[in-house]
Design a protein around this ligand. Structure first.
Ligand code: ADP
Ligand code: MG
Ligand code: MG
Length: 251
């Protein structure tokens, strides 16, 4: 049973507290929608789970299958099976996409992946995502369109085969056809390999395609509402004001 558990997580950046006590548990075969107005800590939460050093954990715990994630280096978190598809993927000049992917895969293995196996897996993944095969040989994300960068994050996910997948606004910059493809591939993959999924998005359409099992609203560094998948609809229709009123939150 795969289980990521976050308890009373407090996180600061430059002495300023951004997360103020987050509680969240994600198990295999669960799809968690994380919503909330901009600037309320969604990306901070995901980056902290991955071990971004800009974020200082001042209190609380993160465990994965009972292991203390906060004691792991970034590469150990990758190895343990945590993955973050980023809102703003970085461009790396001089490193081809395929060399980058192969190094990332090998970092998670005892023995390097045989070249033939790697090529086959990369070609299959590119095919599933309906990406231009040339993107394998170009420098990582350099000159990629917004949509190509986002698909490339999903390509990484397919090749790395993580257990917990976090996607931060991966759908922004995708046109409707690309959105359908990405949603279909993500849904298939996490179903097939029994992953846990956390998705930050502002678009109901993406959630409609992905069908979350759980949903959460984050306001001012706290999850103020937990619900099932149906909350996504309600937020799309009515926004966040009603939550603030109902819960008496003023932020
Ligand atoms: P969201 O993803 O919900 O839009 P973020 O987690 O990106 O929110 O940001 C939460 C708050 O933390 C914001 O006030 C933002 O300005 C601040 N913040 C995030 N990252 C940094 C950083 N690297 N340096 C300073 N402030 C940051
Ligand atoms: Mg934002
Ligand atoms: Mg964000």
């Amino acid at each position: 049973m795969k289980k990521l558990e976050i308890k009373d997580l407090h996180v600061s950046i430059d002495e300023k507290e951004i997360l103020k006590g987050v509680n969240l548990t994600v198990c295999e075969n669960e799809i968690h929608a994380i919503m909330g107005p901009n600037g309320n800590g969604k990306s901070t939460l995901l980056s902290t789970i991955m071990g971004n050093p800009n974020y200082e954990v001042t209190k609380g715990t993160i465990t994965f299958n009972g292991e203390n994630v906060l004691e792991m280096e970034v590469d150990e978190r990758n190895k343990a099976g945590l993955f973050l598809g980023m809102q703003y993927p970085v461009e790396v000049s001089g490193v081809t996409n395929s060399d980058f992917m192969r190094a990332a895969i090998n970092a998670r293995r005892e023995k390097p992946i045989p070249l033939f196996t790697f090529i086959k897996e990369m070609e299959d993944a590119i095919d599933r995502l309906q990406m231009n095969p040339d993107l394998a040989h170009r420098f990582l994300n350099e000159g990629f369109s917004g949509g190509e960068k986002k698909r490339n994050e999903i390509l990484q996910m397919l090749l790395l085969k993580p257990d917990i997948v976090m996607l931060d606004e991966i759908d922004s910059g995708l046109d409707i056809d690309a959105l359908r493809i990405v949603a279909k591939v993500v849904k298939e993959e996490i179903g097939k390999r029994n992953c846990g999924l956390m998705i930050v998005s502002h678009y109901e359409r993406f959630f409609e395609l992905i069908q979350p099992t759980h949903s959460h609203v984050m306001i001012d560094g706290r999850i103020v509402l937990d619900s099932d998948g149906s909350l996504v609809n309600r937020i799309d229709k009515y926004g966040y004001d009603w939550i603030e009123k109902e819960l008496g939150i003023d932020y």
